[in-house]
Ligand binder design. Structure first.
Ligand code: FAD
Length: 393
């Protein structure tokens, strides 16, 4: 019997949950699997878009992380305060009504899946004036604002060119547009999407980008790429862009800038790109026994941009890392490599969606196909959501 090992999974989002549950199936119970997250609940983020439109509640799209204890995973709810990648020692602050307690755990393997930190305060006025639909609280406040909206100017904004789920703001604009039509407010409402990036889903190539742009424009949403916000005037309710242009709004929905979590920066795990460099096939970092997966990684592609931040990649990478750790510990199984394949639903509203899928590791450029908008892709996302919330956690 091999010596008992401890695997620590940092983060209970997409990558963390998949890494922990896959490992638990492959590692005998003498080996400890510890998952740490500051949030008590795992949130299925793709459904935030349906929460905005009132088709889902917070309860329907989240699950308590401590359910994983039933599967033999130790769950620690606390703030990861310090990571030493050399010793694989992690300091955690557990918060409770009786005060904070600190503890430290040393692991044989670390899987860093801490995602991207949202930084709305990087743009003056943004957080005060708008609703970030990338958080549960922000999506809920946007839903409330939309419920009482009575016509006017709606601006959907991406505050930086790179963000997780590159389709999400485009989907949000189309879903908001359908909601406005349903409420018969379209004759007195203008919806505009101001994007910091040059076009939608740039990494997926010009055909996919043009395809998504035409979906948005066909829906009647005004699209304005290459508009980098520098501030939001909260009194005049006006977005100010780097080139001096402005956009007035009655309701502002935004994707905030993203940054590496503080604890990752302080651990020295990130490089000049700001993200953790990891081997693109195995997700191993330069520290022995330390892996990084999902949004917190920076994996450059030959075409000059990084692999997009998306749950589909975090999930695929988590499975690869889990299999390789299990192989190293038990000597059983085959090595695995992440192959860069992934797909994403693009909700257009009225029970329809498009779908893009392909190989993001293809060279010289990713090879992605965009499938026609239809009911089946929407149903595909509904089934995916149900399966995730029922079986993954
Ligand atoms: C609106 C929206 C729609 C989306 N739709 C899709 C989609 O359709 N398809 C798709 O593939 N992707 C989608 N995504 C993106 C997807 O959710 C992310 O790419 C994915 O969650 C990344 O997984 P991760 O494990 O890297 O990070 P996360 O899932 O973000 O998990 C990181 C975890 O780390 C925890 N954490 C961070 N710092 C600390 C700390 N110091 N201490 C303790 N815990 C900490 C956080 O609480 C979090 O639970 C969407 C995202 C949004 C916001």
């Amino acid at each position: 019997m091999s010596e008992a090992k401890t695997v620590m999974i940092l983060g209970g989002g997409v990558g963390g949950v998949v890494a922990a549950t896959t490992l638990r199936k492959q590692l005998p119970t003498q080996h400890r699997i510890v998952l740490v997250d500051r949030e008590p609940d795992h949130l299925f983020a793709p459904s935030l878009l349906w929460l905005i439109t009132g088709q889902r509640t917070a309860r329907q799209i989240s699950r308590p992380l401590d359910r994983l204890a039933n599967k033999g995973i130790e769950v620690v709810c606390g703030d990861i305060d310090r990571i030493d990648p050399n010793t694989r020692q992690v300091s955690i602050i557990e918060r409770s009504s009786t005060g904070d307690t600190s503890r430290s755990i040393e692991a044989d393997y670390l899987v860093v899946s801490l995602g991207a930190e949202l930084a709305p305060d990087a743009i003056p006025g943004l957080a005060e004036a708008g609703h970030s639909f990338y958080t549960l609280a922000g999506a809920e406040s946007l839903r409330e604002a939309l419920r009482t909206f009575d016509g006017g100017r709606i601006v959907v904004l991406t505050a930086a060119p790179a963000y997780k789920c590159p389709a999400a703001p485009y989907e949000a604009a189309m879903l908001i547009n359908k909601l406005i039509r349903k409420r018969k407010l379209d004759d007195r409402t203008q919806i505009d999407l101001y994007a910091a990036e040059p076009g939608p889903l740039g990494v997926a190539g010009p055909d996919v980008s043009a395809g998504v742009r035409s979906m948005v424009e066909a829906a009647g949403v005004g699209y304005h790429p290459e508009h980098q916000v520098v501030s939001v005037d909260t009194t005049q309710r006006r977005v100010v862009f780097a080139d001096g242009a402005t956009a007035e709004f009655d309701l502002l929905a935004y994707v905030p800038p993203h940054q590496t979590p503080r604890v990752v920066r302080e651990a020295g795990l990130a490089d000049d790109s700001g993200w953790i460099p990891a081997d693109r096939d195995t997700l191993h970092t330069r520290y022995p026994g330390v892996y990084a997966i999902g949004d917190v990684t920076g994996i450059p592609l030959k075409m000059g941009k990084p692999l997009p931040m998306a749950g589909v990649f975090a999930e695929g990478q988590a499975k690869v890392v889990a299999r390789n750790i299990a192989l190293e510990v038990t000597g059983k199984g085959d090595p695995a490599w992440f192959d860069g394949h992934g797909g994403c639903f693009i909700e257009t509203g009225n029970g329809k969606a498009g779908f893009g899928r392909g190989n993001f590791y293809a060279e010289p450029t990713p090879q992605i196909k965009l499938y026609k908008v239809g009911r089946r892709w929407h149903l595909g996302k509904v089934l995916f959501e149900k399966d995730w919330l029922r079986r993954k956690i």
